[in-house]
Ligand binder design. Structure first.
Ligand code: ADP
Ligand code: MG
Length: 239
């Protein structure tokens, strides 16, 4: 994933003011920064839920921002997990996992179920395949949302504060699933306030403030020994 010269404005409000970064295959990049700094907007521009005002976004050499590119085809190569789990409340867990596989990828019901069940096992929620989302804890719902994204077999997974809406005792299970994905070599971009996760799992940490990347580098540097005052001020509030 390569982002170059990315700008995003909403009317008069310039939210992203020129962002450049790369996520290499198998890399885990954690994005940290204060509320309102543009982290969600950045993720949403990366999978074109928002249209950039300027700049380019490319995935494995395909320029997503090229008007001739079939955006739906590219978008299905990117998995997204939100703070709110966004499961379909009227569908069982397994049906939540199979619907997009069948509609978007054209998989048969049997194939979609096989892949869905494999991914439920991966996130440790196999025993709930017939339950409805409201019957699950928040942590289980979020793990189902991760399994749903994985069932599309994406090249890149985007996570936007995946544990922020969870009760504290449920956060660990979700982070453990994400940590395992990272160990398996999944390419991931994770917006998070979980500094211990960023420190232990990220290959690189990006600190954003005011719509720009203030600094980036290995967690030992950005979290352990930040170079900028803005980073130090932020970390002193969250650590
Ligand atoms: P973060 O995720 O870092 O908290 P966001 O990317 O959500 O920050 O928001 C950055 C800024 O962009 C905020 O000032 C927010 O109000 C504004 N913003 C985000 N989305 C929209 C939108 N659709 N329309 C107008 N302003 C928006
Ligand atoms: Mg956000």
């Amino acid at each position: 994933m390569r982002v170059e010269g990315l700008h995003k404005s909403f009317g008069e409000l310039e939210v992203l003011k020129g962002i450049d970064f790369t996520v290499r295959p198998g890399e885990v990049v954690c994005v940290i920064g204060p509320s309102g700094s543009g982290k969600s907007t950045l993720l949403r521009c990366v999978n074109l839920l928002e249209e950039p005002t300027a700049g380019t976004v490319a995935l494995s050499g395909t320029e997503l921002t090229d008007p001739d590119v079939d955006i739906d085809r590219v978008r299905r190569r990117i998995g997204m997990v939100f703070q709110s789990f966004n499961l379909f409340p009227h569908l069982s867990v397994l049906d939540n996992l199979t619907i997009a596989q069948r509609r978007v990828l054209g998989r048969t019901k049997d194939e979609a179920r096989r892949i869905g069940r494999a991914n439920l096992r991966r996130v440790g929620v196999s025993e709930k395949e017939s339950a409805y989302p409201a019957q699950l804890s928040g942590g289980q719902q979020q793990r189902v949302a991760i399994a749903r994204a994985l069932s599309m077999e994406p090249e890149l997974m985007l996570f936007d504060e995946p544990t922020s809406a969870l009760d504290p005792e449920l956060v660990g299970d979700v982070l453990a699933v994400m940590r395992r994905l990272a160990d398996e070599g999944m390419t991931m971009m994770v917006v998070t306030h979980e500094m211990s996760f960023a420190r232990e799992v990220a290959d690189r940490v990006v600190f954003m403030d005011g719509g720009v990347i203030v600094e980036e580098g290995p967690p030992t540097r950005v979290i352990g020994d930040p170079q900028h005052q803005r980073t130090r001020t932020f970390l002193s509030r969250v650590l």
